[in-house]
Ligand binder design. Structure first.
Ligand SMILES: [Zn+2]
Length: 390
């Protein structure tokens, strides 16, 4: 006899509670974490709260069942993106139900998944699991996956090697086995200020920035033309973008400083670190020596402030087959957006992304989720339970 899936009522009640905590990434998530700690304690589960380094935030990890290998990790981020400047017609931090949908910030990305997981906890507890179900909830995913990186050492030391990690980002309950990686960096140039009529007395930091941006654009063009390519992705190659730039103070002053942000999203098959190394090597060898020969105080630094490892597909692996069985799917998919999944895969934990809702509704005003998606996720949790008791 199959065990019941978590009920719609309990999912709705928990989701309403979760939405009511404004956990926009720049705010604390501690009230929400406390709520989950208390909720789990009600079922005799002692959660481990991992306080963030220097911020009023925390990750949470809990294990249900014996901490042996072969379990399933259910993971989600607790933060949400800002609502400021968005035209919401419904309350952002209060759950609204309308026409088979729930509205509120985070219902799709990704408190809906967390609500289903929590609503399934009584089922997990009653099931007398032979292999464990671990919960891993992070902070600061939306601002560069910072929280999960602080969680990784704990997971590798205290969580027995799982059979599968499920990152519940919205995939409409499809099993996603790959996504691109991402580097985000800030380049800072210090030149030498001088009157614009005396170019030999200065080094123009804006001109140096233009050269560097040209180099990045050349890399982008060459990859676009020559690959590597992977047709599973759209576009099927690594992409680059230059973000905000600022420098100089007046048209008649040789610019002393300039800085700009840039990023690239790379195929799992591409060597991401090699791209930043190539860039670094270029300015150290081809640009900086001439600047320093003129003025030793000149500098160029490139600070990588966010790094998202790609998720690499492992076709035919036990993890992927198991995930597809749990989701009752015959085929997997790839994602156009990044997630924390690559960080888990970096621990050699088999990892997929599979969660309720559609990413198209994430980060938008009047964010919503189809209640049927939550029901499908609840059935997924029932199958997880059955697999862990088999
Ligand atoms: Zn998300």
């Amino acid at each position: 006899m199959s065990s019941p899936a978590p009920s719609n009522d309990s999912i709705k009640a928990i989701l309403a509670d979760l939405i009511a905590f404004d956990t926009t990434s720049y705010r604390s998530n501690l009230e929400l974490i406390d709520y989950i700690v208390e909720y789990l304690a009600g079922f005799g589960i002692q959660a481990k709260v991992l306080a963030a380094d220097g911020q009023p935030k925390a990750n949470l990890v809990a294990t249900i069942g014996p901490n042996v290998s072969g379990g399933v990790v259910l993971s989600g981020h607790t933060d949400v993106v800002p609502v400021a400047g968005q035209a919401w017609t419904k309350p952002a931090f209060k759950l609204t139900e309308e026409d088979g949908h729930y509205f509120g910030r985070g219902v799709a990305d990704m408190k809906g998944f967390i609500a289903v997981v929590l609503a399934a906890v009584p089922l997990f507890v009653e099931a007398k699991l032979k292999t464990p179900i671990h919960l891993a909830f992070s902070f600061d995913e939306e601002v560069g996956c910072k929280g999960v990186q602080e969680m990784l050492p704990f997971l590798s030391q205290h969580v027995a090697l799982p059979r599968l990690v499920v990152i519940g980002e919205p995939t409409s309950m499809q099993v996603a086995t790959a996504h691109k990686g991402q580097y985000v960096a800030k380049t800072r140039i210090v030149g030498q200020e001088a009157h614009s009529s005396r170019p030999d007395d200065g080094v123009n930091a804006v001109v140096v920035a233009a050269e560097l941006i040209g180099f990045i654009d050349d890399m982008a063009k060459s990859i676009r033309e020559s690959g590597p390519f992977d047709d599973a992705f759209s576009p099927p190659h690594t992409t680059f973008n230059i973000g905000p730039i600022s420098g100089g103070s007046a048209f008649n002053i040789i610019a002393n400083t300039c800085e700009f942000d840039w990023e690239f999203r790379f195929l799992p098959s591409e060597d991401g670190p090699a791209i930043t190394e190539r860039y670094q090597q270029h300015f150290e060898d081809a640009i900086l020596p001439a600047m320093r020969a003129k003025f030793p105080g000149c500098s160029i630094t490139n600070e990588v402030w966010a790094y998202l490892p790609p998720l690499k597909a492992e076709p035919g692996s036990d993890g992927e087959s198991f995930a597809m069985a749990l989701a009752q799917r015959n085929a997997s998919t790839v994602l156009a957006f990044g997630t924390e999944a690559g960080h888990f895969q970096g621990l050699d934990f088999p990892t997929v992304v599979c969660g309720p809702g559609d990413i198209a509704q994430a980060h938008k005003p009047d964010e919503y989720i189809d209640i049927k998606q939550l029901e499908a996720c609840a059935r997924f949790m029932r199958r997880v339970t059955e697999a862990m008791t088999a």
